[in-house]
Design a protein around this ligand. Structure first.
Ligand code: UD1
Length: 337
Protein backbone atom coordinates (compact mmCIF):
# COMPACT_ATOMS: atom_id res chain seq x y z
CA UNK A 1 0.00 0.00 0.00
CA UNK A 2 1.00 3.62 -0.38
CA UNK A 3 0.48 5.21 3.01
CA UNK A 4 0.39 8.82 4.12
CA UNK A 5 1.78 9.20 7.65
CA UNK A 6 0.98 12.55 9.26
CA UNK A 7 3.36 13.44 12.09
CA UNK A 8 5.73 10.80 10.73
CA UNK A 9 8.81 12.66 12.00
CA UNK A 10 7.60 12.52 15.61
CA UNK A 11 8.33 9.95 18.27
CA UNK A 12 5.68 7.31 17.58
CA UNK A 13 5.32 8.29 13.91
CA UNK A 14 9.01 7.73 13.12
CA UNK A 15 9.04 4.23 14.63
CA UNK A 16 5.87 3.36 12.75
CA UNK A 17 7.28 4.66 9.45
CA UNK A 18 10.18 2.18 9.77
CA UNK A 19 7.84 -0.75 10.46
CA UNK A 20 5.49 0.16 7.61
CA UNK A 21 8.46 0.17 5.23
CA UNK A 22 9.72 -3.12 6.70
CA UNK A 23 6.25 -4.57 6.03
CA UNK A 24 6.65 -3.68 2.35
CA UNK A 25 4.61 -0.47 2.17
CA UNK A 26 5.50 2.80 0.51
CA UNK A 27 5.41 5.73 2.93
CA UNK A 28 4.97 9.46 2.41
CA UNK A 29 5.30 11.72 5.47
CA UNK A 30 3.73 15.09 6.24
CA UNK A 31 5.09 16.86 9.31
CA UNK A 32 5.35 20.56 10.12
CA UNK A 33 8.34 19.91 12.43
CA UNK A 34 6.69 21.91 15.22
CA UNK A 35 7.74 19.12 17.59
CA UNK A 36 10.28 17.13 15.57
CA UNK A 37 13.79 17.70 14.28
CA UNK A 38 14.83 17.72 10.63
CA UNK A 39 17.65 15.27 11.34
CA UNK A 40 15.10 12.48 11.90
CA UNK A 41 14.70 12.27 8.12
CA UNK A 42 18.27 11.16 7.41
CA UNK A 43 18.18 8.59 10.18
CA UNK A 44 14.94 7.11 8.90
CA UNK A 45 16.41 6.81 5.42
CA UNK A 46 19.59 5.24 6.77
CA UNK A 47 17.72 2.71 8.92
CA UNK A 48 15.18 1.82 6.24
CA UNK A 49 17.65 1.88 3.34
CA UNK A 50 15.13 3.75 1.23
CA UNK A 51 14.29 7.34 0.44
CA UNK A 52 11.21 8.66 2.21
CA UNK A 53 9.39 11.70 0.81
CA UNK A 54 8.84 14.11 3.71
CA UNK A 55 6.63 17.15 3.12
CA UNK A 56 7.02 19.94 5.60
CA UNK A 57 3.64 21.60 6.11
CA UNK A 58 0.79 21.80 8.59
CA UNK A 59 -1.85 19.10 8.06
CA UNK A 60 -4.51 21.76 8.65
CA UNK A 61 -3.48 23.33 5.31
CA UNK A 62 -6.19 21.87 3.10
CA UNK A 63 -4.81 23.30 -0.16
CA UNK A 64 -1.43 21.68 0.38
CA UNK A 65 -3.04 18.44 1.46
CA UNK A 66 -5.27 18.34 -1.60
CA UNK A 67 -2.20 18.99 -3.76
CA UNK A 68 -0.41 16.05 -2.16
CA UNK A 69 -3.44 13.75 -2.52
CA UNK A 70 -3.70 14.83 -6.20
CA UNK A 71 -0.05 13.89 -6.74
CA UNK A 72 -0.04 10.60 -4.82
CA UNK A 73 -2.49 7.77 -4.99
CA UNK A 74 -2.79 6.91 -1.29
CA UNK A 75 -4.41 3.69 -0.11
CA UNK A 76 -4.50 4.62 3.56
CA UNK A 77 -3.57 7.25 6.13
CA UNK A 78 -2.00 6.87 9.57
CA UNK A 79 -2.72 10.10 11.46
CA UNK A 80 -0.32 11.00 14.28
CA UNK A 81 0.03 14.77 13.81
CA UNK A 82 -1.16 16.67 16.86
CA UNK A 83 -0.15 18.48 20.01
CA UNK A 84 0.16 16.27 23.08
CA UNK A 85 1.23 18.17 26.19
CA UNK A 86 -1.45 18.16 28.86
CA UNK A 87 -0.28 21.24 30.81
CA UNK A 88 0.15 23.29 27.64
CA UNK A 89 -3.37 22.33 26.58
CA UNK A 90 -4.78 23.71 29.84
CA UNK A 91 -2.89 26.98 29.29
CA UNK A 92 -3.71 27.28 25.56
CA UNK A 93 -6.96 25.40 24.92
CA UNK A 94 -7.71 27.16 21.63
CA UNK A 95 -4.35 26.09 20.20
CA UNK A 96 -5.16 22.51 21.08
CA UNK A 97 -8.72 22.45 19.80
CA UNK A 98 -7.75 24.47 16.73
CA UNK A 99 -4.69 22.41 15.85
CA UNK A 100 -5.72 18.87 16.74
CA UNK A 101 -9.29 19.07 15.54
CA UNK A 102 -8.60 21.46 12.66
CA UNK A 103 -5.88 19.25 11.20
CA UNK A 104 -8.04 16.16 11.49
CA UNK A 105 -10.99 17.81 9.73
CA UNK A 106 -8.76 19.01 6.87
CA UNK A 107 -7.29 15.54 6.56
CA UNK A 108 -10.74 13.92 6.47
CA UNK A 109 -11.88 16.41 3.82
CA UNK A 110 -8.87 15.67 1.63
CA UNK A 111 -9.37 11.92 2.13
CA UNK A 112 -13.05 12.20 1.22
CA UNK A 113 -12.36 14.24 -1.90
CA UNK A 114 -9.81 11.68 -3.06
CA UNK A 115 -11.84 8.66 -1.95
CA UNK A 116 -9.23 7.41 0.50
CA UNK A 117 -11.25 5.40 3.00
CA UNK A 118 -8.74 3.72 5.33
CA UNK A 119 -7.55 5.61 8.40
CA UNK A 120 -5.64 4.65 11.54
CA UNK A 121 -5.95 7.32 14.23
CA UNK A 122 -3.69 7.98 17.24
CA UNK A 123 -6.03 8.10 20.17
CA UNK A 124 -5.09 7.73 23.82
CA UNK A 125 -6.05 5.96 27.01
CA UNK A 126 -6.64 9.49 28.28
CA UNK A 127 -10.18 9.12 26.81
CA UNK A 128 -11.06 6.86 29.77
CA UNK A 129 -11.18 10.02 31.89
CA UNK A 130 -10.67 10.78 35.55
CA UNK A 131 -11.84 7.66 37.31
CA UNK A 132 -11.54 4.63 35.06
CA UNK A 133 -12.21 1.05 36.03
CA UNK A 134 -8.88 -0.81 35.81
CA UNK A 135 -8.05 -2.71 33.65
CA UNK A 136 -9.71 -0.55 31.02
CA UNK A 137 -11.81 -2.11 28.28
CA UNK A 138 -12.80 -0.39 25.05
CA UNK A 139 -16.48 -0.29 26.01
CA UNK A 140 -16.01 2.09 28.94
CA UNK A 141 -17.54 5.56 28.55
CA UNK A 142 -15.18 8.28 27.36
CA UNK A 143 -14.43 11.65 28.90
CA UNK A 144 -11.40 13.79 29.66
CA UNK A 145 -9.80 15.96 32.32
CA UNK A 146 -8.03 18.49 30.09
CA UNK A 147 -8.29 20.03 26.59
CA UNK A 148 -5.69 17.65 25.13
CA UNK A 149 -7.77 14.69 26.28
CA UNK A 150 -10.97 16.28 24.98
CA UNK A 151 -9.44 16.68 21.52
CA UNK A 152 -8.96 12.88 21.46
CA UNK A 153 -12.52 12.26 22.72
CA UNK A 154 -13.94 14.71 20.18
CA UNK A 155 -11.97 13.37 17.22
CA UNK A 156 -13.11 9.84 18.08
CA UNK A 157 -16.70 11.16 17.99
CA UNK A 158 -16.14 12.94 14.67
CA UNK A 159 -14.92 9.63 13.22
CA UNK A 160 -17.87 7.67 14.62
CA UNK A 161 -20.25 10.23 13.08
CA UNK A 162 -18.38 10.08 9.79
CA UNK A 163 -18.78 6.33 9.32
CA UNK A 164 -22.54 6.63 9.88
CA UNK A 165 -22.70 9.01 6.92
CA UNK A 166 -20.07 7.13 4.90
CA UNK A 167 -20.16 3.43 5.73
CA UNK A 168 -17.49 2.60 3.15
CA UNK A 169 -14.87 4.06 5.51
CA UNK A 170 -12.62 1.70 7.48
CA UNK A 171 -11.27 3.41 10.57
CA UNK A 172 -9.16 2.25 13.51
CA UNK A 173 -9.05 4.19 16.78
CA UNK A 174 -5.92 3.11 18.64
CA UNK A 175 -5.93 3.99 22.32
CA UNK A 176 -2.31 4.08 23.44
CA UNK A 177 -1.31 3.53 27.02
CA UNK A 178 2.16 4.90 27.97
CA UNK A 179 4.59 4.67 25.03
CA UNK A 180 8.26 4.57 26.02
CA UNK A 181 11.49 3.03 24.72
CA UNK A 182 13.32 3.63 21.48
CA UNK A 183 14.46 1.93 18.30
CA UNK A 184 17.00 -0.81 19.13
CA UNK A 185 19.62 0.99 16.99
CA UNK A 186 19.62 3.92 19.44
CA UNK A 187 19.21 6.24 16.45
CA UNK A 188 15.49 7.05 16.80
CA UNK A 189 13.82 7.95 20.08
CA UNK A 190 11.80 10.43 22.08
CA UNK A 191 13.27 13.94 22.12
CA UNK A 192 11.14 16.31 24.22
CA UNK A 193 11.71 19.91 23.17
CA UNK A 194 11.54 21.33 26.71
CA UNK A 195 11.57 19.86 30.23
CA UNK A 196 9.97 16.41 29.80
CA UNK A 197 6.44 16.09 31.16
CA UNK A 198 6.49 12.33 31.00
CA UNK A 199 8.23 10.00 33.40
CA UNK A 200 10.54 7.92 31.20
CA UNK A 201 12.21 10.79 29.31
CA UNK A 202 12.65 12.63 32.59
CA UNK A 203 14.32 9.62 34.23
CA UNK A 204 16.55 9.18 31.18
CA UNK A 205 17.65 12.82 31.35
CA UNK A 206 18.46 12.46 35.06
CA UNK A 207 20.51 9.35 34.28
CA UNK A 208 22.50 11.10 31.57
CA UNK A 209 23.15 14.10 33.83
CA UNK A 210 20.90 16.69 32.19
CA UNK A 211 18.68 16.97 35.32
CA UNK A 212 19.55 16.67 39.01
CA UNK A 213 16.73 14.56 40.29
CA UNK A 214 13.30 13.18 39.59
CA UNK A 215 10.22 14.45 41.41
CA UNK A 216 7.89 11.55 42.14
CA UNK A 217 4.40 13.02 41.98
CA UNK A 218 2.67 11.49 45.01
CA UNK A 219 3.38 8.42 47.14
CA UNK A 220 -0.01 8.08 48.78
CA UNK A 221 -2.07 6.53 45.99
CA UNK A 222 -3.85 3.28 46.61
CA UNK A 223 -1.28 1.28 44.63
CA UNK A 224 1.44 -1.30 45.26
CA UNK A 225 3.88 1.26 46.72
CA UNK A 226 1.78 4.44 46.79
CA UNK A 227 3.14 5.83 43.49
CA UNK A 228 1.19 6.07 40.24
CA UNK A 229 0.78 2.88 38.21
CA UNK A 230 0.84 2.94 34.41
CA UNK A 231 0.84 0.48 31.55
CA UNK A 232 4.11 1.19 29.73
CA UNK A 233 4.34 -0.05 26.17
CA UNK A 234 7.49 -0.23 24.07
CA UNK A 235 7.20 2.11 21.09
CA UNK A 236 8.26 -0.79 18.82
CA UNK A 237 5.31 -2.87 20.03
CA UNK A 238 3.08 0.17 19.58
CA UNK A 239 4.32 0.68 16.01
CA UNK A 240 3.62 -3.00 15.29
CA UNK A 241 0.06 -2.44 16.54
CA UNK A 242 -0.43 0.20 13.83
CA UNK A 243 0.75 -2.14 11.10
CA UNK A 244 -1.57 -4.88 12.41
CA UNK A 245 -4.53 -2.47 12.57
CA UNK A 246 -3.88 -1.15 9.08
CA UNK A 247 -3.81 -4.67 7.66
CA UNK A 248 -6.91 -5.67 9.60
CA UNK A 249 -9.08 -2.78 8.40
CA UNK A 250 -8.02 -3.47 4.81
CA UNK A 251 -9.34 -7.02 5.12
CA UNK A 252 -12.52 -6.58 7.20
CA UNK A 253 -15.80 -4.84 6.63
CA UNK A 254 -16.31 -3.18 10.00
CA UNK A 255 -16.59 0.62 9.61
CA UNK A 256 -14.90 1.62 12.85
CA UNK A 257 -12.83 -0.35 15.34
CA UNK A 258 -11.40 0.66 18.69
CA UNK A 259 -8.42 -1.13 20.17
CA UNK A 260 -6.41 -0.57 23.33
CA UNK A 261 -2.69 -0.82 22.71
CA UNK A 262 -1.14 -1.67 26.04
CA UNK A 263 0.56 -4.58 27.76
CA UNK A 264 -1.96 -5.25 30.52
CA UNK A 265 0.85 -4.94 33.07
CA UNK A 266 0.95 -2.12 35.60
CA UNK A 267 4.27 -0.61 36.73
CA UNK A 268 4.62 1.99 39.49
CA UNK A 269 6.87 5.05 39.29
CA UNK A 270 9.31 3.52 41.77
CA UNK A 271 9.30 0.18 39.95
CA UNK A 272 10.16 1.99 36.73
CA UNK A 273 12.95 3.92 38.45
CA UNK A 274 14.35 0.62 39.77
CA UNK A 275 14.20 -1.00 36.35
CA UNK A 276 15.96 1.99 34.81
CA UNK A 277 18.71 1.89 37.43
CA UNK A 278 19.22 -1.79 36.65
CA UNK A 279 19.33 -1.21 32.89
CA UNK A 280 21.67 1.78 33.06
CA UNK A 281 23.77 1.05 36.11
CA UNK A 282 23.12 4.67 37.13
CA UNK A 283 21.53 5.71 40.42
CA UNK A 284 18.46 7.94 39.88
CA UNK A 285 18.12 10.45 42.72
CA UNK A 286 14.48 11.28 43.45
CA UNK A 287 12.30 13.13 45.94
CA UNK A 288 8.68 12.65 46.77
CA UNK A 289 6.65 15.66 45.57
CA UNK A 290 2.94 16.49 45.77
CA UNK A 291 0.51 14.75 43.42
CA UNK A 292 0.28 16.29 39.94
CA UNK A 293 -3.09 17.83 39.06
CA UNK A 294 -5.21 15.57 36.93
CA UNK A 295 -3.19 12.40 37.61
CA UNK A 296 -4.98 9.16 38.35
CA UNK A 297 -3.76 6.35 40.61
CA UNK A 298 -3.68 3.63 38.00
CA UNK A 299 -4.11 3.21 34.25
CA UNK A 300 -3.75 -0.31 32.88
CA UNK A 301 -5.11 -1.71 29.62
CA UNK A 302 -7.17 -4.75 29.02
CA UNK A 303 -5.44 -5.51 25.69
CA UNK A 304 -7.36 -8.72 25.02
CA UNK A 305 -9.49 -7.34 22.18
CA UNK A 306 -6.42 -6.34 20.14
CA UNK A 307 -4.93 -9.74 20.86
CA UNK A 308 -8.06 -11.60 19.79
CA UNK A 309 -8.81 -9.57 16.68
CA UNK A 310 -5.44 -8.34 15.47
CA UNK A 311 -3.34 -11.22 16.74
CA UNK A 312 -1.19 -8.50 18.29
CA UNK A 313 0.31 -8.38 21.73
CA UNK A 314 3.26 -6.68 23.34
CA UNK A 315 6.55 -8.58 23.20
CA UNK A 316 8.88 -6.30 25.12
CA UNK A 317 9.26 -5.97 28.87
CA UNK A 318 9.81 -2.92 31.06
CA UNK A 319 13.49 -3.97 31.22
CA UNK A 320 13.66 -3.83 27.39
CA UNK A 321 11.98 -0.41 27.45
CA UNK A 322 14.57 0.91 29.91
CA UNK A 323 17.54 -0.64 28.07
CA UNK A 324 16.44 0.82 24.71
CA UNK A 325 15.65 4.24 26.19
CA UNK A 326 19.08 4.27 27.81
CA UNK A 327 20.83 3.30 24.56
CA UNK A 328 19.07 6.16 22.74
CA UNK A 329 19.74 8.66 25.56
CA UNK A 330 23.44 7.78 25.80
CA UNK A 331 23.94 7.98 22.05
CA UNK A 332 22.00 11.27 21.91
CA UNK A 333 22.38 12.98 25.29
CA UNK A 334 20.94 16.25 23.91
CA UNK A 335 18.43 14.55 21.62
CA UNK A 336 18.58 14.91 17.83
CA UNK A 337 21.14 17.37 16.46
C1 UD1 B 1 0.42 11.71 30.37
C2 UD1 B 1 -0.84 12.50 30.19
C3 UD1 B 1 -1.72 11.77 29.19
C4 UD1 B 1 -0.97 11.62 27.88
C5 UD1 B 1 0.34 10.90 28.12
C6 UD1 B 1 1.19 10.81 26.87
C7 UD1 B 1 -1.23 13.70 32.29
C8 UD1 B 1 -2.10 13.84 33.50
N1 UD1 B 1 -1.51 12.68 31.47
O1 UD1 B 1 0.09 10.43 30.87
O2 UD1 B 1 -2.91 12.49 28.99
O3 UD1 B 1 -1.76 10.89 26.96
O4 UD1 B 1 1.09 11.57 29.13
O5 UD1 B 1 1.82 12.01 26.57
O6 UD1 B 1 -0.32 14.47 32.06
N2 UD1 B 1 5.53 11.10 37.07
C9 UD1 B 1 6.37 11.46 38.11
N3 UD1 B 1 7.34 12.41 37.86
C10 UD1 B 1 7.50 12.99 36.63
C11 UD1 B 1 6.63 12.61 35.58
C12 UD1 B 1 5.65 11.66 35.83
O7 UD1 B 1 6.25 10.96 39.22
O8 UD1 B 1 8.38 13.85 36.48
C13 UD1 B 1 4.51 10.05 37.31
C14 UD1 B 1 3.09 10.50 37.08
O9 UD1 B 1 2.54 11.06 38.24
C15 UD1 B 1 2.43 9.18 36.66
C16 UD1 B 1 3.54 8.41 35.95
O10 UD1 B 1 4.75 9.02 36.40
O11 UD1 B 1 2.05 8.44 37.81
C17 UD1 B 1 3.46 8.53 34.44
O12 UD1 B 1 3.38 9.90 34.07
P1 UD1 B 1 3.51 10.36 32.55
O13 UD1 B 1 4.68 9.72 31.92
O14 UD1 B 1 3.43 11.86 32.52
O15 UD1 B 1 2.23 9.72 31.85
P2 UD1 B 1 0.66 9.89 32.21
O16 UD1 B 1 0.43 10.86 33.28
O17 UD1 B 1 0.12 8.52 32.40
Amino acid sequence: MKILVTGGAGYIGSHTVLQLIAAGHQVVVVDDFSNAKASVAGRLEELSGTSIPIHSFDVADLDKLNGLFDAEDFDAVVHFAGYKAVGESVANPLDYYGNNIGATISLLQAMDRHEVRHLVFSSSATVYGADPIVPMTEGLPTSATNPYGWTKVMIEQVLRDLVVAQPDNRIALLRYFNPVGAHPSGQIGEDPSAVPNNLMPFVAQVAVGRRDKLSVFGDDYDTVDGTGVRDYIHVEDLAAGHVAALHWIAEHDRTISTWNLGSGVGTSVLQLVNAFEKASGVKIPYEIAPRRDGDIAASVADPSLAHRELGWQTEKTVDDMCADTWRWQQANPQGYP
